[in-house]
Design a binder for this molecule. Sequence first.
Ligand SMILES: O=C1O[C@H](COP(=O)(O)O)[C@@H](O)[C@H](O)[C@H]1O
Length: 235
Amino acid sequence: MIVPDITNHRHATAEVFAQAVADRIAKQLRLGVEDHGAASLAVPGGTTPGPIFDALAKMQLCWARVAVTLTDERWVPVSDRSSNEALVRHRLLQGPAAEAHMIGLYDASPKPSLGIPGAETALRQLSRPLDAVLLGMGGDGHFASLFPGLPDLAEGLNPESATICIASDAPINGQPRLSLSLGFLLRSRLILLAIRGADKLAVIERAKTAAASELPIAAILRQGRVPVEIHFTEE
Ligand SMILES: O=C1O[C@H](COP(=O)(O)O)[C@@H](O)[C@H](O)[C@H]1O
């Protein structure tokens, strides 16, 4: 069995955590532009990434050669405060990073399953593999919008699947969702898992032995293809 390359990075404060993750992403993007002339990044929504985006947006790099997409989207208009794309546009695509190219997942389709063709067409603009994937994690072990109990969770967590997007037309945690699949996320050079709070660290520990159907993050910890950096702060 391939032992996954997982490194743990504990940070003393929320500020140090945000800066460290932003620095790591910036390093990866610079490498991508230097090596391939372009770089691509997938980022989450939720409550964790905002300060990371604030720090990353200030960094000097060739943002015009960087494409930013989402690991998942709540199926609401970008004008909605719960939109992940809105979070990225308001907190990351600012300052120097305003030059980056945003590839959103949401379109005007009435439900996410009907939005899959448009999202997959948009995602083809990305330079592949992704240079960096930033993931958050919910207290239930979900990442992106791959939640326990999701009808298509097995397909979404199948690393061999060619499926790119997984839709949940039924609301999960408040909204219908569109998520990138594990198979798509593993076509990347680095995964950064950014988690805050001791409760989430306990979920990571449980996920080392739990089934991915119970704690989807287990699928990230068990894959052996992409290096994973777990960045953690208690705050
Ligand atoms: O709903 C979502 O939740 C996860 C985790 O969010 P956090 O607030 O606990 O960091 C997030 O990664 C995902 O993108 C988002 O849609």
